[in-house]
Design a protein around this ligand. Sequence first.
Ligand code: SF4
Length: 315
Amino acid sequence: MPVYEAVSRNGGKVENFDPDVLFKVITEQAQQGVDFMTLHAGLLRRHLPLAHRRLAGIVSRGGAIMAHWMSAHNRENPLYARWDEVLEICRRHDVTVSLGDALRPGCIADASDAAQFAELSALGRLVRRCREAGVQVMVEGPGHIPFNQIKDNMQRAHRVCAGAPFYVLGPVVTDVAPGYDHITACIGATAAAAAGAALLCYVTPAEHLGLPNIAEVTEGIMAFRIAAHAADLAKGLPGARDWDDAMTRARVSFDWPGQFKLALNPDLARRRFRSKSRLRKATKADHCSMCGEGFCAMRVNSKIRKDLASRGNQA
Ligand code: SF4
């Protein structure tokens, strides 16, 4: 995000970056070959009072920096005011614009509010100008959204931004689970992807608490791989269910190594299985420790199947 570099070149004071330095950074990064840039160009001066009526205000880092500069200098967002210059740089160096959503809701109370949708309208206008200039564009989305508002949000974004690829940050569906926000976000991401989101930006268990470590990054990525696959299944994407069907076949035939191989995280599945099993040759067993040998429904099923087969599949 070029605005960070512009701020650091101006001594780290967020309200004091020089717009000319920001444009210099954009040019430099474009020349260096970056593929896309996140630019918070849709945040306008008239949006600031709307944002400050919110419970959580502005939670986007780039958006907060830009808003601070705009309020301190009482000037329009330089990226918006000089958008043609941005487009000329991006077109010349084949950089895709990623339109940041500075006013994404940062809590459930702020979801789908006037500030969010005012910025979305501005983003829709910028998408059209990108296309007229021959610059590829995608749009960043929320944020924190209650589950029942996700589908409407996706449809609105699709309509306002003329079908530009929309990518979501979560969305987190409740504010009350710090430490589990990879799960709150995974729920929202599944709904968003099933409703047409083009890209999911993962969330880790450290969200709202601190910088994630490697294990937390892994948990976040796994949660979002699940969300993406669940949405592919919901949309009926060709081939998506093959993976699930293969797992089910391995499961009903007690092919434990096959199940581990097919698992999203084979090591985790294998370790959990081993930690629960008292049997020395557990991977050959026709049951697991959950229901036990006598009550294993899968085992009973295989007996029913054999009985039926022996009677020519007649009840
Ligand atoms: S014991 Fe229960 S959980 Fe384990 S394989 Fe059989 S049915 Fe499934």
